[in-house]
Design a protein around this ligand. Structure first.
Ligand code: HPA
Length: 248
């Protein structure tokens, strides 16, 4: 079992990795966001990639999602856990909550969103009824339980284009659509992993109430504070997941 981790905002490395090596790779789709970090956690081989680059220089709409997923596929990962910082739309997805979503709605546009460009033998119409691999989600939930960390076991992730945050009316619309949380990077990442046949699941930390859900502006300072407060719990779930996989 080789596990890929895509680190979102606030997760730029994985302390505790043994036998660490770094490699710059180039895929047929271009360069991924950063060098791949390979290592071992709890006896499991792991490949880590920070989605926004190691210094967070890439905004969501400029990330080369195809290169990122292709690089992890070429590194031989069997499954990918993607972390994300998100805004909370629903009451139960309050700031500080961790959500392991079950569904996604894609509101992004203009991104390279498929490997199916007419030149490759990739399947064109992959099934995406369950965008997050159910078995991998179950493993994440069990790992959170092992680590004693409360998580919300379902939810709908709204993937917006960014980089600006949403208007309050846009969030009202997402709520009417049934969305629980909102972030800017969940798509096309999940669909690209499905096209390459790699199990993919998301674990999201709510770092702010979405637009119109609290008084006042949403500030980067508030978001960064919540990232610092919450990322330790995400790291603990990942370590518990590796421990589980190591035992299996
Ligand atoms: N909207 C979109 N993406 C986000 C948010 C938000 O409120 N917070 C963190 N990422």
């Amino acid at each position: 079992m080789k596990l890929g981790i895509i680190g979102g905002s606030g997760l730029y490395d994985l302390p505790g990795l043994g036998n660490v090596s770094h490699s710059n790779v180039l895929t047929a789709w271009g360069a991924p966001s950063a060098a791949l970090t390979r290592g071992e956690l709890q006896g499991v081989e792991l490949v880590f990639l920070p989605r926004h680059g190691s210094n967070h220089h890439l905004p969501p709409h400029l990330i080369n999602y195809r290169a990122n997923i292709a690089a992890l596929a070429e590194a031989g990962v069997d499954a990918i856990i993607a972390t994300a910082a998100v805004g909370g739309i629903e009451h139960e997805a309050g700031t500080g909550a961790i959500v392991i979503p079950t569904q996604v709605i894609d509101y992004t546009y203009g991104r390279e969103h498929t490997y199916s460009d007419g030149t490759q033998p990739h399947p064109q119409h992959v099934d995406f009824s369950d965008p997050y691999a159910p078995r991998l989600r179950e493993a994440l939930l069990a790992a959170a339980n092992d680590a004693g960390i409360a998580v919300r076991a379902s939810g709908v992730y709204a993937a917006t284009q960014g980089p600006r945050l949403e208007s309050a009316a846009e969030i009202d619309r997402l709520e009417r659509d049934g969305c629980t949380i909102v972030g800017m990077t969940g798509m096309p990442e999940a669909a690209l992993a499905r096209e390459l046949g790699i199990d993919y699941a998301n674990i999201s930390l709510v770092v702010n109430p979405a637009a119109g859900r609290a008084k006042g502006e949403i500030t980067m300072a508030d978001i960064e504070r919540e990232l610092k407060l919450g990322m330790g719990r995400i790291r603990s779930v990942i370590a518990a997941l590796a421990a589980r996989m190591g035992r299996e």
